[in-house]
Design a protein around this ligand. Structure first.
Ligand SMILES: [Zn+2]
Length: 332
């Protein structure tokens, strides 16, 4: 490792859904569900888009830093010019998340933190042994837990792979409607389980870890989403609207999500026509600002239907030191 300041660092985070989480697509109807959640167009696995996360994190960081509401939101000032992003070099919210308006004639700023999508890392499914947390090679590759080139496909496609330790000698296990043969001879699983533990994921989850093929995982996730039925309330009368029964799907409570935050080095940026960034001094400082939002995620939640007891996410404390391999070295 060199002592050169890095141009960016990438930090990994994971979190457990304390409630079902619904991040909607905006009312498209798919099959029996009225309000579907966002899915990856290729894998068909639900995800939470990075743009949604950035907006929520910004709002909560602004609350934590007493910059709410002006420095939260999209930053459009009122018609009389009041409000909107402050855009100051010493504002942790505007420097880390960017701002729309410039001071004087200069333009906005893209921000020092960039959020990946939140991907499903571990998905809870009921079995005869209680909940099991399921993943697949594709989900592991998306997280950086396994390098894409190193993690091959599973030896068998219709099998549930578990660890040898802790797992009872069990010939088969049901995952919802699926009945699968259990095997413990997939070698990479020991190392993967250890890396998952290093993310801070609790033992009650890691001891019930199972791996299935990518194809099975897609089926398992999409057939075990929560589908809730609700009634739209007419704001004029306060009563249920006629023919306003609707259904919506959500990631179930206990889903483990994984995301990355790429933090750029503030020393490489000038804002407002040549001012240094004063609010933060390093990629680690950028991360520290972002983590101010985490307690709010646990209490106020992410996504829609917050008033119906949805969306709370507990961000986990990683025990792993920051990954130096993923940092960009300074270019001379
Ligand atoms: Zn600001």
């Amino acid at each position: 490792m060199s002592a050169e300041p890095r141009s960016y660092e990438t930090f990994s985070f994971s979190g457990v859904a304390l409630d079902p989480i619904h991040v909607g697509t905006g009312g498209t109807r798919l099959g029996r569900v009225d309000n579907t959640i966002v899915r990856d167009p290729v894998t068909r696995i639900p995800k939470i888009p990075g743009s949604s996360i950035a907006g929520v994190m910004r709002a909560y960081t602004a609350m934590a830093k007493e910059k709410y509401p002006n420095c939260a939101g999209l930053g459009q000032p009122e018609r009389d010019g009041a409000g909107g992003h402050c855009g100051s070099a010493d504002c942790p919210v505007c420097t880390v998340f960017g701002f729309a308006k410039g001071i004087g004639s200069s333009g906005g700023f893209a921000g020092l933190a960039a959020f990946s999508d939140m991907h499903v890392l571990l998905f809870p499914v009921a079995s005869q042994l209680g909940p099991q947390w399921i993943t697949c090679p594709m989900a592991l590759r998306q997280t950086g837990i396994a390098k894409p080139s190193e993690l091959g496909d599973l030896p068998e496609q219709q099998v549930l792979y578990r660890k040898t330790d802790g797992a009872e000698a069990l010939p088969s296990l049901n995952l919802g409607w699926l009945f699968l043969q259990v095997k413990t001879d997939w070698q990479p699983l020991e190392e993967i389980a250890q890396k998952i533990e290093e993310l801070g994921i609790p033992g009650y989850i890691t001891s019930r870890l199972g791996v299935v093929s990518d194809k099975l995982f897609t089926h398992i996730v999409n057939s075990n989403l929560e589908v809730r039925t609700s009634v739209a309330i007419d704001p004029a009368t306060g009563a249920a609207k006629k023919r306003a029964l609707f259904t919506y799907e959500a990631l179930p409570r206990g889903t483990v999500l994984f995301w990355e935050v790429t933090c750029r080095n503030p020393k490489h940026f000038k804002i407002n026509g040549g001012n240094k960034v004063e609010a933060v001094g390093s990629p680690g400082g950028v991360r520290d600002v972002v983590t101010k939002a985490h307690p709010y995620l646990e209490h106020l939640g992410i996504g829609g239907m917050g008033s119906r007891g949805m969306g709370r996410l507990r961000v986990l404390e990683t025990t792993k030191p920051d990954d130096a391999d993923k940092s960009g070295k300074e270019d001379k």
